[in-house]
Design a protein around this ligand. Structure first.
Ligand code: UFG
Length: 328
């Protein structure tokens, strides 16, 4: 069975591609390498093209039995400054992908959605029934595609699982692939980099209504996300005609960690201090985001297996191997 992994040279796509191959699937990567990296695609067939390119999509989709869609711009701040870029890729181009998949006869899609579809939730932990009220163009673009999948499932019988990630983090335990963002804006790699370089970490806000005043997030290991994608695919393969046609699932651990807890965990993992300074709040940051992952457990039999120290130590091992490679 062949899976087209669109955005497969990116952070979460590349980890999922490995998990799929390990489970015996044929994997074809499709990525325009705008944010993805050839390094993360090593060892796989890679079709280097854009999701707006229907002519290249057509023969690629014709070879696939199912589609996984990871190809999106994913910086919240950038989406506020440049919404056009986000709607062009995450909505317009993504619809070209969806329509091409439909025309190619694909009836199973696993989609990378985000907890950003919830905006600033009124209740914690967040269940899938929480209102979807995104507060930035990135979240709005993810919600648009979710709505399209729901409509396509009703109208055309196209089955989908929409996986709403909380904060993806960590790296494959092999040290061969991991998080590669340019620019890097995420807390865990920046905190680890601060221990190595002595550069100061900026803490965005210490006056939130949380245990220590800093924002709380639900960090989930990228290989736990990869495992959930495999299970989502198996769910779509199951012949159960009563199964939900377009299913949304939260992927998180159900545990929250504050920014300061992450800083301490980075210090523990590396044995070095993180120099830090407190800055004003970052626009658009909800104070607390924690998943209720019960539905993913009951429907897919999935739970996160890796804890925060494992997330941080795998991210650190990846950063060290990447810097060794650069030095070599
Ligand atoms: N933070 C800092 N300093 C930094 C970087 C981050 O204090 O240098 C804080 C942020 O303010 C936030 C927390 O660390 O409170 C986590 O920030 P990240 O940038 O690592 O992650 P986000 O929570 O902003 O982003 C994640 C996903 C997005 C998703 C978003 C939903 O990466 O894809 O959650 O809110 F859209």
């Amino acid at each position: 069975m062949a899976i087209l992994v669109v955005g497969g040279a990116g952070y979460i796509g590349s980890h999922t591609a490995r998990a799929l191959r390990h489970a015996g699937y044929d994997v074809i990567l499709y990525d325009n390498l705008s944010t993805g990296s050839r390094r993360l695609a090593q060892g796989f067939e890679l079709i280097e093209a854009d999701i707006a390119d229907a002519a290249t999509l057509r023969p690629a989709l014709a070879r696939a039995d199912a589609l996984m869609h990871f190809a999106a711009h994913a910086y919240v701040g950038e989406s506020v400054e440049n919404p056009r870029k986000y709607f062009r890729n995450n909505v317009t181009a993504a619809l070209t992908l969806l329509n091409s998949a439909l025309e190619a006869g694909i009836r199973r899609i696993v989609f990378s959605s985000s907890c950003a579809v919830y905006g600033v939730p009124r209740q914690i932990p967040i269940t899938e029934e929480t209102n979807r009220e995104p507060v930035n163009p990135y979240g709005a673009s993810k919600l648009f595609f979710e709505n399209a999948l729901e409509a396509y499932s009703r109208a055309y019988g196209l089955r989908s699982v929409r996986l709403r990630y909380f904060n993806a983090a960590g790296a494959d335990e092999s040290g061969e692939i991991g998080e590669l963002h340019n620019p890097e804006t995420h807390l865990i790699p920046l905190a680890l980099a601060a221990t190595a370089s002595g550069r100061e970490l900026q803490i965005y806000g210490s006056d939130y209504d949380t245990q220590d005043g800093t924002c709380v997030r639900d960090y989930i290991h990228v290989n736990d996300l990869a495992d959930a994608h495999m299970r989502a695919l198996q769910y779509l393969e199951s012949a159960d005609q009563n199964a939900v046609q377009s299913l949304a699932l939260n992927l998180g651990t159900g545990r929250g960690h504050s920014v300061l807890e992450i800083v301490e965990a980075a210090e523990t993992a590396t044995g070095r201090p993180v120099r830090r300074s407190v800055r004003p709040r970052r626009a658009g940051d909800p104070p607390i985001l924690i998943a209720d992952p019960a539905k993913a457990q009951s429907v897919l039999g999935w739970t996160a297996k890796r804890n925060l120290p494992e997330i941080i130590s795998s991210a650190w091992a990846w950063m060290q191997s990447a810097s060794r490679r650069r030095a070599a």
